[in-house]
Design a protein. Structure first.
Length: 115
């Protein structure tokens, strides 16, 4: 066994270089992750959800885009109560949250202006 100036084993001349081992391990990792997560990603895509793998690739996050339609109520600022009178907010029915419509506004023409 040979050693280089860093005092670690350099291996014999017939061994593959370290970068080949790293690339083989990277391909193995990608293959394992694909087998682990492809079914979950397909499940999310079939429902119209988005899925994103973590930076390490060892987990995914699936998200229903309908949550983008949930927003804090504009009238009560999320409190569920009218800011002045303190009565239950009529717009959100006291929840503090409203759900926007995912359909385009019927009052707008194609130019995006109110008619």
């Amino acid at each position: 066994m040979k050693t280089d100036d860093r005092a670690r084993a350099a291996g014999s001349d017939d061994e593959p270089p370290r970068r080949d081992l790293r690339s083989r391990l990277a391909r193995l990792k990608a293959t394992v992750q694909e087998r682990l997560w492809s079914a979950d990603e397909k499940w999310a895509a079939d429902r119209g959800w988005t899925s994103q793998r973590s930076a390490s690739g060892w987990s995914i996050r699936a998200r229903d885009p309908r949550f983008d339609l949930r927003q804090e109520c504009w009238e009560c600022h999320g409190s569920g109560r009218h800011p002045i009178t303190g009565v239950e907010c009529d717009d959100c029915e006291g929840t503090g949250v409203i759900t926007l419509s995912d359909e385009p506004d019927d009052d707008l023409d194609e130019g995006g202006e109110s008619s």
